[in-house]
Design a protein around this ligand. Sequence first.
Ligand SMILES: Cc1cc2nc3c(=O)[nH]c(=O)nc-3n(C[C@H](O)[C@H](O)[C@H](O)COP(=O)(O)OP(=O)(O)OC[C@H]3O[C@@H](n4cnc5c(N)ncnc54)[C@H](O)[C@@H]3O)c2cc1C
Length: 468
Amino acid sequence: MRTKILQQLLDALKKTLPEGSVYSDSDFLAPYSADEAPDLSASPDIVVKARDTQAVSDTLRLCSQFKVPVTTRGTGTGVTGGSVAIRGGVVLTCEGMNRILEIDRENMTCTVEPGVITGNLQRAVLEHGLMYPPDPSSLESCSIGGNVAVGAGGPRAVKYGTTRSYVLGLEFVLPDGTVMNSGGKFIKDATGYSLTGILIGSEGTLAVITKIILKLLPAPRHTLDLLVPFDSIREALDTVQGIIAGGVIPAALEFMEEDALILVGKLQGVDLPFPGAKAHLLIQLDGNSEDDIARDIQLLMAHIPSDPDRIIVAESPQQQERIWKARRSIREAITRESPVFLAEDTVVPRASIPEFLVELKQGFAERGLRSVIFGHAGDGNVHVDVLRDAMNEDAWKKICIEIKNLIYHTAVSYGGTISGEHGIGYLKKDYLPITADPAKIELYRRIKHAFDPENILNPDKIFNTPHT
Ligand SMILES: Cc1cc2nc3c(=O)[nH]c(=O)nc-3n(C[C@H](O)[C@H](O)[C@H](O)COP(=O)(O)OP(=O)(O)OC[C@H]3O[C@@H](n4cnc5c(N)ncnc54)[C@H](O)[C@@H]3O)c2cc1C
C-alpha cells in the first residue's frame, strides 16, 4: 500500500516529467531493487528514468518538497549496495543520460553525461588517438557517473591512477533542485574548496552528478601482456615488489591465485594454461614504440624467477582480449561457484601485500573457509573473496562479521584502509569506525548536512545519518 505522501509525489512527478519517465509498477521496480552486492535487496516505490539535467532537478525538487528519499543509480554494478533504496522512496536512474557530448582533441578532454558506459567512452576516445585510462573490470556494464560517484579504480591504476585523477569538472544538482558547476576544462584550479574533489567518492549522498568533464591522455601506440606462473603466492607477490623497485611501472600488474583461474576455467570450459601453478601475474606494458616495450621487458625479466619459456606473451588484440576476459570473469566465476560470498577490496601499502595476504589466508584456513584472492597487486588493492559454499545462513551471518573484522582490522594494522575502489555503500558502513575516528565521522555528517539538510539523498549510506 502506497502512503498518501508517496501517491502525491508520484502524481506530481508524472505531471512534471516527460511521459515515459516515471514508473511505479512492481514488475518495473524489481530490476532496480538490487545491485551486484550479494544477498541484498530493497524495492523502491518509484523509479524515475532521467533523460536530462532538468528532469534530475525537477525530481530532486519534488522529492525534497515531499521529504522522500532518493537513491541515484548508474547501471547498478556496484558491489556495496550503494544504489539500493534501503529506505524505499525514489530510485533516480541516470542510465538514459548516456551521451558523449564532446571530445575536445585540442584540450584533451571529453564532456559526458553520467550514464555513458565506461568501455564505450574508452572506444570513442581511442578513435581520436586518445586514452581514458580508468578501467574497472566491469567496464562493459558500469557507468562513468557510477565510477565518479564511488571513485572507481581498475588494473591500470598502478600506472595511471583511478577515476579521481581524471575528473576535471562536474555539473551536479543539489537536493533542492539547484544546478551547479565545479571545475572546467583546465588542469589547475586553486579557486576555493574543491567541490569536484568532495563529490568524487560521495556515493550519491551529496548531489546528483549530471555532467562530467574528463581528462584524456594520448593513447600509447603499443601494448603487450605477459601471463607469468609462480610456484607460490608469496613468490608472485614478492615479484610485484621487485618489478616496481626495479624501475618498471607496468600499465597493469594483476595477481591471480590458483583457485581464481581454476574457477574461470570451469566457467569458460577451458583448460588452465599452467596446471599446478599456485599463482599468476598478469602484466601489461605499454609505450609508444616497440623499443620502449623491449626495454621494459628486459628490466622486468631480471625480477621474474619463472622459467621464461613458461611465460605467455600476448601481442595481438585477440590474444590480449582472451587473457583479460579471463581476469575480468573472476567475479562471475566465483558467483557461479558460490552465489553468496564476501567480496572485500581493502587496500594496503604495496610493500605490505605479501605479509597482509599470507596472514589473512592463514586466518581463513584456520576457520575452514574457502577464499580466492586476486586483483590489483601493483597498487596494493588485492581483492579478498570468501565463499559461503554450503554453510547455513545463521552460521554464515555470524562468520561474516568475524571475517570482516579480521580483514579490516588487519588492513588498518598494515597502514591500509577498508575500501580501495568499491566504496562503503550500505554493506561496509558499520565498519567505517575501524578506519575513521568519531571526529572524522562527525565532519562527514556536517558536510552531508551542508549539501543535503533534509537527508533525502541516499540516506544510511557510507555512515549512519539521523532519520528524518
Ligand atoms: C564483475 C564486476 C567487476 C568490478 N570491477 C571493478 C573494478 O575493477 N574496479 C572498481 O572500482 N569497481 C569494480 N566493480 C564495482 C562497480 O562496477 C563500480 O563500483 C562502478 O563504479 C559502479 O558503477 P555503476 O554505474 O554500476 O553505479 P551504481 O552501482 O549504479 O551506483 C554506485 C554508487 O554511485 C552512486 N551514483 C551512481 N550514479 C550517480 C550519479 N550520476 N550521481 C551521483 N551518484 C551516483 C549510487 O547512488 C551508488 O551509491 C565491479 C563490479 C562487478 C560486478
